[in-house]
Design a binder for this molecule. Structure first.
Ligand code: UDP
Length: 299
């Protein structure tokens, strides 16, 4: 039997590269498309010799013809303004009669007023704040994805990804875990914003990929949250990273950025009931893997 083909935009990125690996293991043919602005060839170079893996360096906002059938487009290419970046992948899904899965984000809930956040919550986003471009672009991407589903009957899926971490995150991406780990490994001060009392829930990347695969194979067209419900303050996170990496870093405090959500908490009842999904990797185990990776790449 010929394998089904999956097109992954942003396939050389942090999450995209795990999807490439996972789907090759499941026997799919994978076309990984990435313009390498934020993705990196080193995330997928070990897959180049795989007979079912194809890498296409391409900016997804420009038209490109893909030969043959496509079973599913997984849209993980996501620069700050994804409006143009959505057009080609969703039209490819339409032309090929493929499923389409949009990587959305918990940012669509903004600084939420309801905890935990169920998919039915419409969010509390400041459209003109510093996070507005990203948040509203993702909200627009969700809106257009649903429009394609309603009008063109594409079998679309939307995943709202909550804070995810693991090896292959970019050192300089500005998020808490890569920032803290990079500093801890150099024994430099770790900068906690505010008093560090804000909380997040961190999901290890392999747990996320398991959820994404279940969603891709499901018949669900409404958005689904995927995230880890275990709460952690940012201060505690910094201390955990210092402990696990046996670092001598001190913690220093800086002002909290504007519109920084105080907390974010996925309601995963839907994923649990409909996809039979739940996260399995604990924070200590996940942080250890991540720290080992950062240690390796900083040589
Ligand atoms: N944060 C911090 N120091 C850093 C980077 C982030 O204290 O060097 C805080 C940030 O203000 C936020 C939390 O850690 O409250 C998580 O930030 P991240 O950018 O990882 O994710 P997001 O805010 O998008 O959930």
């Amino acid at each position: 039997m010929r394998s089904k083909t999956i097109l992954i935009t942003g396939g050389a990125g942090f999450i995209g590269s795990y999807l490439c690996e996972f789907l090759l293991q499941k026997g799919f043919k994978v076309i990984c498309m990435d313009n390498l602005i934020t993705g990196s060839l080193s995330n997928v170079s070990h897959l180049f010799k795989h007979p079912k893996f194809e890498f296409v360096k391409h900016n997804v906002s420009r038209y490109i013809t893909i030969k043959g059938n496509i079973y599913c487009v997984l849209h993980f290419a996501s620069p700050a303004s994804p409006v143009d970046y959505l057009k080609f992948p969703i039209q490819t899904a339409k032309a090929k009669g493929a499923r389409f899965l949009l990587a959305s984000t918990s940012e669509v809930y903004g600084d939420p007023l309801i905890h935990p956040q169920p998919e039915s919550y419409w969010g509390n986003v400041n459209p003109v704040g510093p996070r507005g471009v990203y948040d509203e672009a993702k909200r627009f991407a969700e809106a257009i994805t649903m429009a394609y589903h309603r009008v063109h009957k594409i079998d679309t899926k939307i995943v709202r990804i909550f804070n995810t971490y693991g090896p292959r995150m970019r050192k300089e991406d500005g998020r808490a875990i890569p920032n803290f780990v990079s500093k801890a490994l150099k024994n430099k001060p770790i900068t906690v914003y505010g008093k560090g009392r804000q909380t997040r829930r961190f999901c290890y990347v392999t747990d996320l990929v398991d959820g994404l695969y279940r969603l891709m194979n499901s018949s669900i067209n409404e958005p689904v949250n995927i995230g880890n419900p275990n709460e952690m303050t940012i201060l505690k996170l910094a201390k955990e990273i210092i402990k696990i990496s046996e670092s001598k870093s001190k913690i220093v405090y800086k002002p909290l950025p504007q519109d920084d959500p105080k907390t974010r908490q996925p309601d995963i009842k839907k994923a649990s009931a409909l996809l039979k999904w739940k996260p399995k990797v604990g924070l200590e185990e996940g942080l250890t893997e991540t720290i080992n990776y950062f240690r390796k790449i900083s040589g």
